[in-house]
Design a protein around this ligand. Structure first.
Ligand code: GLU
Ligand code: ZN
Length: 280
């Protein structure tokens, strides 16, 4: 049974790029007579707004999609992410990072040729080297901290890992590209990598579809699956839609939100075609 999902973050109106992503996941489920799920990735409560969640539902229905209820709302499931964190912590693979953005920028600069990963410069590892006493003292003084994964050690424990992309074939997992990723943010007891991995497993997703921009993130998710003993889905990473000048659609493209297109009198059929799913 194929189970796919569309997992938007409700930080603004959906645009044509989102429509492509949603239609892609939906088509995969339909083509396999499988199931299609919607998940709201709203762990970042400062950026996410409930009215955008409502708008997402309205836009997707209007486009002609339907999904199973109840929709999983990530902000209602922090205990699931906590349980996963505890498990990784019990393996001795997490450490508190007290650094501010500024501290990190300074460390990166000080490191000279700091290695870069898909999301920018890698965390240089300052807090990995703190003593236990220092950690305790800082925690007790009330300093806020994120939890980072000790990547080198996690990779060593997990051993070699592969995952399967249905378009690009077998992939050797290279989570070390990302360095010591944050699994729990200072302000949020989870992170994108953690929540997405836990939820795809809990929801029984068998085929994760998402944009090519998240291709490398899958390396990290594969490692987390291994550490947490989770099932490993297949993957497909779709192309990213661009405007005439070749730029990716983004929030700034107001005129290309589904809402704006609908209000301008476009039909769902026309918008599906604009999103790369014509003739359906
Ligand atoms: N919530 C993520 C986003 O809006 C996508 C998560 C995923 O599909 O893995 O970009
Ligand atoms: Zn730090």
């Amino acid at each position: 049974m194929t189970i796919t999902r569309f997992a938007p973050s409700p930080t603004g109106e959906l645009h044509l790029g989102h429509a492509h992503s949603a239609l892609f996941a939906f088509a995969e489920a339909q083509g396999a007579r499988g199931r299609f799920l919607l998940r709201i990735e709203d762990i970042d409560r400062t950026r996410c707004r409930p009215e955008f969640t409502q708008a997402i539902r309205a836009d997707l229905s209007w486009l002609g999609l339907d999904w199973e209820e109840p929709v999983r709302i990530q902000s209602e499931h922090f205990e699931d992410y906590r349980a996963a964190l505890d498990r990784i912590d019990a393996m001795g693979l997490l450490y508190p990072c007290f650094c501010t953005r500024k501290d990190i920028a300074r460390e990166v600069e000080g490191a000279g040729n700091a290695p870069h990963g898909p999301d920018g410069p890698l965390y240089p590892g300052h807090c990995r080297l703190l003593s236990q006493a220092e950690r305790t003292a800082r925690r007790e003084s009330g300093q806020s901290f994120a939890l980072r994964l000790d990547m080198a050690e996690a990779v060593r424990r997990a051993g070699p890992l592969v995952w399967h992309d249905r378009d690009q074939g077998e992939q050797i997992a290279r989570p070390e590209l990302f360095g010591d990723v944050v699994l729990a943010r200072k302000d949020i007891p989870a992170s994108y990598h953690l929540a997405v991995t836990v939820d795809d497993a809990l929801q029984g997703v068998t085929l994760v579809t998402r944009g090519q921009d998240l291709f490398e993130a899958t390396h990290v998710h594969r490692l987390l699956q291994s550490l947490l003993g989770l099932a490993v889905p297949d993957y497909r990473h779709h192309r990213l839609l661009t405007d005439e000048s070749g730029r990716r659609y983004a929030k700034r493209d107001r005129s290309l939100t589904l809402k704006a297109l609908r209000e301008a009198g476009r039909t769902p059929h026309e918008v599906r075609a604009l999103a790369g799913f014509g003739g359906k």
